[in-house]
Write a protein that binds this ligand. Structure first.
Ligand code: PMP
Length: 355
């Protein structure tokens, strides 16, 4: 199939993007929650299923879900749009605000899907390089966005896969010193000490914040993400979505999850604590690491091959993300924060592999 003569040659994601789905006991490779959704979630979802009326199309406006998300994040329902995972939100943004011949700017290394979806749509992409510490050179980015008359610029904060948290001032400057729409991907925002949503809400005329239920909310399997912005921007993004794109089941799952917000807050604290423990453990090993505000840490074995270490970890039942082949991330691995037991097992096996 993959070399069918009619297939677009530019479709494939960069080699090595997809993390292998290896059957191991400790899976720390895709930044999911290590915990199943809380017990209350399954009960709330089960209770609502009987009333969903699945013979009918879903609520196209997802009114209840958008209202519940809006009250969680302190905005109005018309400032929220939901889709099947934040990947679909990103696609809708690109469809609505970019498209063929538009330019989008990304700061590499970053989440590959931003430029991948843009290239599927025929956008021109400007790939800026981050500094060695993976922060964005904001002056250079502003200059590039203006020089290329970019429609969209992406800031992933905390950045996947480096964990870097962008200063709010950089986002403020990008929004006020360029004409582009600034997409701030906060897929990991709840693990970070600050969010764009802390800024003056007027910034949302020029900024789109993207969030997901896949991490904090322990619902990667449900596929639910959303964007927050000004109402006119949100109705623009909706133009990039198919009618009835969000199933009644997905909407119900999101609503059930939001009922467990208190349990989620406790879990976020536990993951952040786990992150600090893993960072401390890595600090005792011969690896370089970068500060992370997310639920993962990027690190680089010193004088050892990341490919070999990755394989040794797999052989011991621990799967991390091998980023060694990605430009700008030579010899790097990324570990997702798991349960305390998983974190301890990872640190033990990594320590053993490195000696
Ligand atoms: N943005 C970033 C930065 C991510 O890391 C991910 C998941 N890997 C996503 C968006 C997509 O998440 P989802 O589609 O599961 O919401």
């Amino acid at each position: 199939m993959s070399n069918h003569p009619n297939l677009r040659a530019d479709l494939a994601l960069r080699d090595g993007y997809h993390s292998p789905q290896v059957d191991v006991s400790v899976r720390l490779n895709t930044n999911e929650s290590p915990y199943a959704p809380p017990a209350g979630f399954t009960e709330a979802l089960a209770r609502s299923i009987g009333d969903l009326g699945l013979n009918r199309y879903p609520d196209r406006q997802a009114v209840l879900l958008r209202s519940a998300i809006a009250s969680l994040d302190g905005v109005q329902p018309d400032q929220v749009v939901c889709a099947n995972g934040s990947n679909e939100v990103l696609q809708a943004i690109l469809l609505a605000f970019a498209g063929p011949s538009a330019t989008v700017v990304v700061a590499e290394p970053t989440y590959a899907l931003h430029s991948h979806i843009a290239s599927l749509l025929g956008c021109a992409i400007v790939h800026l390089q981050r500094r060695a510490d993976f922060t964005i050179e904001v002056d250079a980015m502003i200059k590039e966005v203006n020089a290329s008359n970019a429609a969209l610029a992406f800031v992933c904060s905390p950045n996947n896969p480096t964990g870097t948290l962008e200063p709010l001032e950089s986002i403020q400057r990008l929004a006020t010193e360029t004409n582009a729409m600034i997409v701030v991907d906060e897929a990991y925002g709840q693990f970070a000490p600050r969010s764009v949503l802390d800024l003056d809400p007027a910034i949302l005329e020029r900024v789109i914040v993207v969030r997901t239920f896949s991490k904090t909310w322990a619902l990667a399997g449900v596929r639910l993400g959303y964007a927050i912005s000004a109402p006119s921007v949100i109705s623009g993004i909706s133009q990039g979505l198919l009618p009835y794109h969000l199933s009644s089941l997905t909407q119900a799952a999101g609503l059930a999850a939001l009922e467990t917000a208190a349990a989620m807050e406790i879990r976020i604290e536990a993951i952040v604590e786990g992150r600090e423990e893993v960072a401390a453990g890595l600090g005792d090993l011969p690896v370089e690491q970068w500060p992370s505000a997310a639920n993962f840490i990027l690190f680089r074995p010193i004088e050892r091959s990341a490919d070999e270490i990755w394989q040794q970890l797999v052989d011991k039942g621990v799967l991390v993300r091998n980023c060694a082949g990605w430009p700008g991330l030579e010899n790097c691995l990324r570990v997702t924060i798991g349960t305390p037991e998983e974190n301890a097992k990872f640190l033990d096996e990594l320590g053993a592999a490195l000696t």
